[in-house]
Design a protein around this ligand. Sequence first.
Ligand SMILES: CC(C)(COP(=O)(O)OP(=O)(O)OC[C@H]1O[C@@H](n2cnc3c(N)ncnc32)[C@H](O)[C@@H]1OP(=O)(O)O)[C@@H](O)C(=O)NCCC(=O)NCCS
Length: 145
Amino acid sequence: MLPQFEVAEITFEQVPGDLPLFFVARWREWRVGVVVGDWKADGVLVIEDLRVEEDILLRRKSLFQCEKRMSLLRRGIGRSLLREVIRQAPRLGATELVGKLAERDLQPRPFLPDWYASEGFKILPAKKVDPPYVKGWIRMRLGPG
Ligand SMILES: CC(C)(COP(=O)(O)OP(=O)(O)OC[C@H]1O[C@@H](n2cnc3c(N)ncnc32)[C@H](O)[C@@H]1OP(=O)(O)O)[C@@H](O)C(=O)NCCC(=O)NCCS
C-alpha cells in the first residue's frame, strides 16, 4: 500500500552548493517541492523558483508493487516551503525577501499575488527597467535572525 500524503510529515533539506537558498521538500522518500534563491544585493534574497511536483510517480516495491501517478498541488506543500524560507532567511543573512511575478507563472496562476500577500508579502508593481515579462514584485522585510 502507498502511504497517505500528510503535509505534517514534510521535511526540508538545504542542497549543498553555492546557492544560499536551495531547499528541497521531502515527504518520505519522495522529493515533493523545491525553492531556489540567490543574493540580489547585500541582505536581499531573491526567490528565483518555488514549485511543487505536479506529476509524481509514487512507487513502492514490496510483496506487491504499487504505483500511482499524482499531482501534489493544493495540499499545503507550497505554503510550507514558503514559510520555511521566511523562517530560515534571517539565519542565512537576509534582511529582505523579494521575488518576481512573471507572466508565465501569473497567467496560469492568477491567485499568486493574493497568496503571497496573505503570507505577509507586499505586492509591488513592475519597475520601468524590468523586462516586459515581469508583471510585479513581492517583497518582505525581515526581522533579525
Ligand atoms: C505556486 C505553488 C508553489 C503553490 O503550491 P501548492 O502546494 O499547490 O499550494 P498550497 O496547497 O500550499 O496552497 C496555498 C494557497 O495558495 C492558493 N492556491 C494554491 N493553488 C490554488 C489554485 N489552483 N487556485 C486558487 N488558489 C490557489 C490558496 O490560497 C491556497 O490556500 P488554501 O488551499 O488554504 O486555499 C504551485 O502552484 C506551483 O508549483 N506552481 C508552479 C510554479 C509557480 O508558479 N511558482 C510560483 C512562482 S512566483
